[in-house]
Design a protein around this ligand. Structure first.
Ligand code: NAG
Ligand code: NAG
Ligand code: NAG
Length: 358
């Protein structure tokens, strides 16, 4: 089904969003392309953000500040996904497809393992960004999270500003899950899959709430510590989700009791676990280009000759072999400390050998 919205005057932003069967990621993907200069502080700005379903647009109009945070989160999803998968054959490049592309890439629109990861990461990132925005004072409707109820150990005291995980989770899921709650969008199986994986992402976020402390006392003696509950960085949460991606469970949509549910395909009859990512369709091996499967292939990808991991030339190039090339690196070297107080360095050039897949 194709939805073409008229282009509002005075903007150059494409307003074309194709609601394929499964385009629940439309909004995340589209928002990550919003111009960086766009500062959402008027309700008209909501119209400039394509790809949102009606309840998301409503949330935008009623809470502009929050929307600005969500746009920021959408950019963060893209960056974090690509960084986390830079050593893998599938490197999240398809998240970068322009919003006016005729079709969304099938690696993320089919119910694949890759889609599972992106949904989980999106849900976690949106809630993470909102929780942090509360702490930093960017959002007027929320502030620091609550202090822990328990009495602190001797030498410790509660203080600082906790990340507002609770608010982040509520507002984040309101936005993230909106497309999957629409009647029209996609098959029941895919909606269940995306909702489940989004919840896995938010659970990873809950698990990433840790104690953070600051030392006080005479010249850093740390005789007393002020502590608060804060979220780990997104990068660590993404690594946690990558581990879950690697051990994701294939599921089928099958009657369980009175309703159809997702159940593991191969393993004994057990419900899907709350902390496992699930997918419905197997992926390509991403070795060669296959547009139908959303694979760009690994030709010309850089590989690492000494690595034993997924970025090794063997695995990355799928046994096709690789071509060496040389690169000139310019580095600071022969640094000297001058008393007092500056450092001078020389520039040294170094030739390194690199490899790309055939
Ligand atoms: C909206 O934000 C822009 C950019 O920061 C600013 O120039 C403009 O004055 C703001 N408008 C309102 C109504 O606050
Ligand atoms: C991902 O892989 C594609 C295809 O090989 C390549 O063009 C792109 O630069 C890579 N992206 C990143 C972020 O590494
Ligand atoms: C290649 O892999 C090795 C071993 O994992 C690592 O020490 C090295 O930094 C990597 N090189 C590059 C260019 O990434």
């Amino acid at each position: 089904m194709i939805l073409v919205k008229p282009r509002p005057q005075g903007t150059t932003l494409p307003r074309l969003c194709i609601l394929t069967d499964l385009c629940c990621l439309c909004s995340h993907r589209a928002l990550s392309h919003a111009p960086t200069s766009l500062h959402i502080n008027q309700t008209q700005h909501c119209k400039l953000l394509p790809g949102m379903v009606s309840s998301q647009a409503q949330l935008c109009r009623s809470n502009l500040e929050l929307m600005q945070t969500i746009v920021q989160a959408a950019r963060e999803v893209k960056k974090t996904c690509q960084k986390t998968f830079s050593d893998m054959r599938w490197n999240c490049s398809s998240i970068d497809i322009p919003i006016d592309a005729q079709k969304y890439p099938p690696d993320l629109e089919r119910g694949t393992r890759e889609a599972a990861f992106v949904y989980a990461l999106s849900a976690a990132t949106i809630s993470h960004t909102i929780a942090r925005a509360c702490t930093s004072g960017d959002l007027r409707l929320c502030s620091c999270g609550p202090m822990p109820a328990e009495i602190p150990e001797p030498g410790y005291r509660w203080g600082g500003c906790a990340d507002n995980l609770h608010y982040g989770l509520i507002m984040g899921s309101k936005f993230s899950d909106a497309p999957m709650k629409m009647k029209r969008a996609g098959s029941h199986a895919n909606k269940l899959m995306h909702l489940h994986n989004s919840e896995v992402g938010r659970q990873a976020l809950r698990d990433a709430m840790v104690m953070k402390c600051k030392c006080h006392g005479v010249s850093g003696s740390c005789s007393i510590r002020t502590c608060w509950r804060g979220l780990q960085d997104l990068r660590e949460i993404a690594m946690d989700l990558k581990t879950k991606y690697l051990s994701a469970t294939k599921v089928v949509h099958r009657p369980m009791g009175t309703r159809k549910q997702l159940v593991p395909k191969d393993i004994d009859i057990r419900p899907v676990r709350e902390n496992e990512l699930v997918y419905l369709q197997s992926s390509s091996d991403f070795c060669i280009r296959n547009d139908k499967q959303g694979s760009v292939g690994t030709q010309d990808r850089q590989c690492n000759k000494t690595s034993m991991g997924s970025d090794s030339c063997d695995l990355m190039c799928c046994g096709r072999g690789y071509n060496p090339y040389t690169e000139k690196l310019v580095e600071r070297c022969h640094c000297k400390y001058h008393w007092c107080c500056y450092v001078t360095c020389k520039k040294c050039e170094r030739i390194v050998e690199r490899y790309v897949c055939k």
